[in-house]
Design a protein. Sequence first.
Length: 149
Amino acid sequence: GQCGYASDTGFNFFSVMEADPAGRFLIMDLRWAGKSMRLFNIYASNDQRERKIFFHSLRPALSDDTVLIGDFNTVLSRVDLSVNNTYKEDVGRQELGSLMLDNNIIDIWRLLNPNKRDFSRRQVVKGQLKQSRIDHDQAVAPVLFTAIA
């Protein structure tokens, strides 16, 4: 469906393009501050094989005005882990990295905080605190640089 509205935030139109029945993603086209963009709200599986398939399935809906936000359940690099975590091979991360590279998608938070360690997930495992950054906000480079300008 489509919806238009006026507000102080600059959002004045959005259209739901696709909603996953399992609740894993919502894709919307919207206008913000006079610019069109496609917003993906993501809740990826915590199973790496399912994530690989999921991230690959997003490719056809990507556009040059894409913004992706949500729970990717994926650590993008070692700096996104606390010292108590082990950085393991992950086919889901490999597919997400490939998707980002192929589509010029940038991890916005990491761009603005290149060496900072901040975590969105905390859990105690066998008495030891484990932390990771698995929630992300990403954008195709032209969208990001237009927003910054």
